[in-house]
Write a protein that binds this ligand. Structure first.
Ligand code: MG
Length: 153
């Protein structure tokens, strides 16, 4: 078995969709990004790449490349899954977001992820935390963080 770990952070701005794990959470602000900014999928992609000793997401999908402008990160995930042929045993995720509260959306995000990864929902852990109004932009609701750990064959 191999372990993979990924981290991502994005600023949140008005008028952008809030994409978390391929699921659009209703919110006033969403991730500022070149792609759709899906912070969870970006951390997940880095965890997959890291588990195989490969370079990070920006190496494969440079944010300067116009062909990745506003691209759904689920497409990037699919490319990485095909490229690595990874067999994921389980994935554990923490999202840090001050607002909106993600509790009511956790089941839907896990369901979406289970389809994207062809996993059972019981192979996916997802915790939604806040920053308790600390850590600057994060605690002010102007940023979102994702941390992902996974085991794979
Ligand atoms: Mg990112």
């Amino acid at each position: 078995m191999r372990i993979g770990q990924g981290f991502d952070i994005h600023a949140l701005i008005l008028g952008r969709p809030l994409m978390i794990g391929g699921y659009c959470v209703p919110a006033a602000k969403g991730e500022k990004a070149h792609s759709d900014g899906d912070v969870l999928l970006h951390a997940l992609i880095d965890a997959i790449l890291g588990s195989q000793g490969l370079a990070d997401i920006g190496t494969y999908f440079p944010p300067t490349d116009p062909k990745y402008k506003d691209i759904p990160s689920s497409i990037l995930l699919d490319k990485v899954l095909k490229m690595t042929k990874i067999e994921i045993e389980n994935v554990d995720i923490t999202i840090i977001l001050e607002t909106p509260r993600l509790g009511p959306h956790v089941a839907a995000i896990k369901q979406t992820l289970s389809q994207l990864l062809s996993l059972d929902v019981r192979q996916i852990g997802l915790k939604a935390k806040t920053a308790e109004h600390m850590l600057g932009e994060l605690g002010n609701g102007d940023a979102i963080v994702a941390e992902v750990v996974l085991l794979a064959k």
